[in-house]
Every structure is written in C-alpha cells, then in structure tokens.
Write a new protein. Sequence first.
Length: 279
Amino acid sequence: MFKTKNVAIAALALSSLLIAFSGSHPTSSSGGYTSAPGDGVCSQCHTDNNTSLDGDYTVTGIPVDIEANTTYTVDIQLTNPSGNASRGGFQILALDEDNTQGGTWSNAGTGSVLKTVIGKTYLGHQGSQSFPASNELNWTADWTAPDEEDATFNFYAVSILANGGNGNQNDRFLLQQFDATIPDVVIPLSLSIDLVANATCANSNDGSATVTISGGEAPYDIIWENGETTETATMLPVGNTFAVVTDAAGFSVEAEIEINSILELEIDIVDLNNASCFG
C-alpha cells in the first residue's frame, strides 16, 4: 500500500492538570500548563512531587490508527487506590506540527470545560473534584481528527493528585505519552493494457501494446511475457500475451492482451483447367 506522501506530521499534546484549590483548570495569557510546546509545566506551581500519593492516569478512546474527519469519545480517568489524595483534575491541548490548534474538542462532559487562549483550545476540569469512595475520577469529551492524510499525533498527558493541604506543595503529577496516526488514503495498484499495433503477419514479432498503471506506490517494475521492461512493448508475437507490474511496496498485478496479425496469407483459385492428355 497506504503511499502518496502529503505529509502532515502533527503533535497532539494531551495533558491533565489539577491545582490544589477549587476552580477550573488554569490558563495564563500565553496558554496552559500541559507541558506541550509553548505551554507551562505543572512544576511551575506544584512543588515537591509527592510520590507517596499513588495513582494512575489514563486517557483512552483514541486508537493508534485513526481516520480523518472522525470523532472519537475520549475517556479520562484518574485513580488513587490508597485513598490518600483529596482531589484531582485535568487539562488537554491538541497541537499540530506548527504548534497551533490540532483537531477539535467538543461535548465537554460533566465537570469539564473548554477554554481558548491565543487560538488554542484547552479542555480541562471545571472545579477540581474530590475523590469519591471508589477513589476514581472520570471525565469525557469528544475529539475530532482533522481532515488530513498521513498525519501523526503525539499525545502528552499529565495529571496532579492533590494532597488536600489547600496549597501547592506535596502534590503529585503523573505523565503519559502515546501516538495516533491518520494513514495515507491507499489507492490499490491496478493495470490495463492498450493495443498500439497488431503484428504485420502471423509469424512476426512486431506487435506493440502499452500498459497504463494507476494506484500503488511508485516506482514500478514492468515485465512483459517476452522480457521487455518498458511501458510500451514493441516486439510482441501474435496471440495472447501479458505484462506484470510490481510497485515499490511489493504488490503485483497482471493484465493480458491479444495480438493479431494485420496481413494473413490468402490463396484464391481463380481458374481451374484439367489437362487434355497425359505426357
């Protein structure tokens, strides 16, 4: 296959941030705190990364291979199995290869909100949430992939577990990263053969035909039944003959054509006379 290169390599930075106080996810006049290019980082506000606050932060719903112009429901989960954290929250940003907005966030679920700063849309918590008895927090939203081909997105996710001290010390932030790619649109390799000229007579090898190739991945290798390797074969014999084309990805297709003769030997008896005698 699926490869005409119109590369749009992109970075989709996805991260999650919680401040120790109530309120929506933080942004400044220059952006958020997702650790994405151009953004701040959690440690600017939250010091003394407290590893005693155990937890797991997962973002699911976006597969490794994604489709252009398709909407995915994203599930965000933050857990604290030991129950020693008090609150949690998140912040998400999507960037393309130019570090501008990548894709579209929508349908922010309960407990989350969208904010836009200098052209970048941030999805994050709307008020940091206290951990329930299950020690698990969940949020959802939709993300729509851009209408592009051969685009790779890098997701960066960071989350903070707050210790409940009503300050920004002794909290813990978690980080994960994963990739998703919009592949090229693959056009299957196909082949047709068009007659250029029939052979001049039944026993000559001067018929000609040309192949038309579409799809697949260039360059292509062409081999005719008689061994010719050009698009147009010029030494084809009378009868059925074929060509095989193999593309750069190793896929092969075959097509056949019949070569006829232009001139056929014909004998016409125009007069018949018997011999008058023997000898």
